[in-house]
Design a protein around this ligand. Structure first.
Ligand code: NAP
Length: 295
């Protein structure tokens, strides 16, 4: 096998998606620069042979240094607070610098519904602005739109496993296109490497299930009877008002939006993506069994 010459910069390399992307790229034998922060858990990335780059994504000069020699950028960093100031700004800088350096392709993980529900939802608003920045440049990009609540799937179920209880805010019957994080990383890598995917936006997701259906699946898998505490959505508004009063920045606007609508992919979109990338998405049950230690 020829030694890899192209270099991938993965931001958010210690995150749920970034870590999996780094491991999958290294498994292919690719050169990877993994953007990490001191104090995070990055040893497995170094052990897998990734080059570690220590930096703060909010610092413009750190972005310039990171971009040297890079062919592909996969942006997966996330900042849960100050979305517009930090998540948006850092991605706009990253895109600007990637363009200046003439990278081959910039891959961005956006979210389902950003084109419909961005109003009053800072994360969706930021993601839509980042998508537009990519659309308006001549730089090659791939934009993937998975369901944003998917980020919370494992943390919620792990909490359920640990405590036996879970707060369920809003209408738990609305459906989301939950997807295995391993599949999401696989799609990210394959779409970045496929020239036919350039300058396009792809909805990404699995078969839709409501949060109640996910809880029932968890009950079936664990043979347990967890305590679910339903909380009406207006209570979130009260918490939001209180936090604003205390000048705490929490993105409850986005959560409220995510709890108030369905975020699903058409079955034909899923099939098309599987065919184009020659992959088969794993059932959610299989993914949960693996990560909740239920095999
Ligand atoms: N996970 C999903 O299913 C899903 C679904 C839809 C969309 N998305 C989108 O995909 C992206 C990645 O999501 P994720 O769930 O993988 O995120 P995540 O697990 O929260 O990871 C965030 C990453 O960003 C890093 N980071 C935060 N602040 C940073 C800074 N100032 N400088 C450098 N790195 C910084 C974190 O590093 P530390 O480890 O040091 O904190 C971490 O590696 C996000 O944009 C998210 O909205 C994810």
């Amino acid at each position: 096998m020829q030694p890899a010459t192209e270099l991938y910069l993965v931001t958010g390399a210690t995150g749920q998606i970034g870590r999996r992307v780094v491991h999958q790229l290294r498994h292919q034998g690719q050169r990877v620069r993994a953007w990490v922060r001191l104090g995070s858990h990055y040893q497995d990335l170094a052990d897998a042979g990734a080059e570690l780059y220590f930096g703060d994504i909010t610092q413009r000069e750190d972005i310039w240094t990171a971009m040297t020699g890079v062919n592909y950028v996969i942006s997966t960093h996330n900042h849960p607070q100050q979305i517009l100031q930090i998540h948006l700004k850092s991605n706009l800088h990253l895109i600007e610098v990637a363009h200046k350096f003439g990278v081959e392709c910039f891959t961005y993980i956006s979210g389902l519904g950003v084109d419909q529900y961005a109003r009053n939802a800072p994360l969706l608003e930021a993601k839509l602005a980042i998508e537009n920045e990519l659309l308006n440049r001549t730089l090659n990009y791939v934009i993937l739109r998975p369901p944003l609540l998917n980020h919370y799937l494992l943390p919620w179920l792990r909490q359920l496993q640990k405590t036996g209880s879970l707060i369920l805010t809003g209408d738990g019957h609305l459906r989301h296109a939950w997807i295995s994080l391993d599949d999401l990383a696989h799609i990210t890598v394959k779409a970045t490497q496929n020239p036919a995917f350039r300058r396009q936006i792809f909805p990404v997701g699995g078969l839709p299930l409501s949060r109640w259906e996910v809880i029932h699946l968890y009950q079936k898998l664990t043979q347990s009877q967890p305590m679910i505490i339903p909380v009406p959505l207006p209570i979130l508004d009260g918490v939001r008002w209180g936090l604003q009063w205390l000048q705490q920045e929490e993105d409850l606007g986005t959560l409220k939006t995510l709890f108030s609508h369905e975020f699903i992919c058409g079955e034909s979109d899923i099939k098309q993506l599987e065919n184009q990338l020659d992959i088969q998405l794993e059932p959610l049950e299989q993914f949960l069994r693996r990560y909740l230690g239920l095999n």
